[in-house]
Ligand binder design. Sequence first.
Ligand code: G4P
Length: 529
Amino acid sequence: MKFEKEINRRKTFAIISHPDAGKTTLTEKLLLFGGAIQTAGAVKSNKIKKHATSDFMEIERQRGISVATSVMTFEYEGFLINLLDTPGHKDFAEDTYRTLTAVDSVILVIDSVNGVEDQTRRLMEVCRMRDTPVIVFVNKMDRDGKNPFYLMEEIENELKLTLHPMTWPINSGKDFKGVYNLSNKSLRLFAASTKGEEDETTFAISDLSDTILEAKIGERDANQLREDVELIDGVYGELNKEDYLTGKVAPVFFGSAVNNFGVQEMLDTFITIAPVPRSRETSMRLLEVGEDKFSGFIFKIHANLDPKHRDRIAFLRVCSGRFERNKYFHHVRLDKDIRFSNPYSFLARSKDVIDDAYPGDVVGLFDTGSFKIGDTLTEGENFFFTGIPTFSPEIFKELVNKDPMKTKQLEKGVSQLTDEGVAQLFTQFGGNKKIIGCVGDLQFEVIQYRLLQEYGAACEFRTMPFFKACWLTSKDSKKLEDFLRFKQQNSAADKDGNPVYLAQSEWFLNTEISNNPDIQFHFTNEVNK
Ligand code: G4P
């Protein structure tokens, strides 16, 4: 393998969580360990404020800043780690889903007080579709959280994930005394630290019956820990790395990100077991990560709304070979060779022009409208990367043109914005209405604003009574045609002409599914089929 050394030192991952569980705080601690930032608080300032839901320009401004931290690259113990940021705001969930197609593993943060929350469920569904390896970090152990056994059960049941504890907590809240590391058999006493360094609170305890345990945590907690560990050892045994790598088992760590406690244990395990970039499926064949020739795909497009800095950055994940500046690569969909004179890499808080990049890396490409999500670049071969799904929107509104003189501009604008992945466009079969589907309300404001500012097209939105879009397929084309005709008001074509059923409610959806056994209802759609 020509680039073996570069490939084997890269780990590309994302941290996912329900807002407020501690993703930003954990990110910051990892960057401190990696020496990518020197002070606490550096990441925080780039975060989209969760509560600023009404002012989308303010959110966009913050998103603009956060482009610089879209990918945070740092070195740790000889590894080059690419941490892909995912927006905390729920209205940008699509961005997160797509980012998950570009990573090789994830760290899932769970708040020990709140347990499994909404957003966590959805994000894990996406991970499961791809069998993405997951490490769980149970955060906020310094608060009175749920009993760790209950919490594990909740996570296993709700997220359909088999867990494997790597550390075990001794109490929580104000009685939190620390964690016992089940694999290297050491006790780490809880002490708040905000720096990325080890402290003097770790003790090796090869035999849990050793009375040193009483001396360190008191008799009651020592006995409880012995009992817990006996139970855990009996159930779990050693972690099977292969089960982790295939997404079947998720190692779990307990800690407190804000106190930088339990983070290093997790990071050390992460660099040992997390996967390096792997081979990927394409429309033609399995693309081996070690192939000499370059290939990669666009997983996210960021457009800056600030009229003073209007630019679009397409994020490319390198999948094989070497990406080089100024070299011509083949844009498969457009059947066109293009080169990039200013490709960016993202180091924490700054953008740098780079000369080359390897599998696992993410490169930012300036884009003037030639990319859409899922586009593939190669050294000449014609294939597309697969496994890049589109999800059903959650809010649907009719797009109403307010200025018939600007119909062309409106169409062009909508087409480009949907290429970027800001929203999805459906055309209703009965009545030909244009329906825009988004994950959050904020996107409708963004679309209206951008259509006017960038394309001079005025529009408004009318609420539609749909809650989900399902893509339809059937071996029996006649049955599908009949269904679409009978259900005209609920049928539409997506932007690429695929038939879609728009359901008013769960009840309607389930009824149609059971009444039409010859038609398959899909909750996601492949971008590259
Ligand atoms: P997010 O990115 O997942 O949305 O969460 P974030 O890191 O912003 O954390 C959400 C809140 O939880 C923050 O408090 C943060 O300080 C706090 N937090 C993170 N880790 C821990 C922990 O281990 N223990 C405790 N007790 N709190 C933790 P905030 O008040 O919203 O923000 P700030 O004023 O502290 O910045």
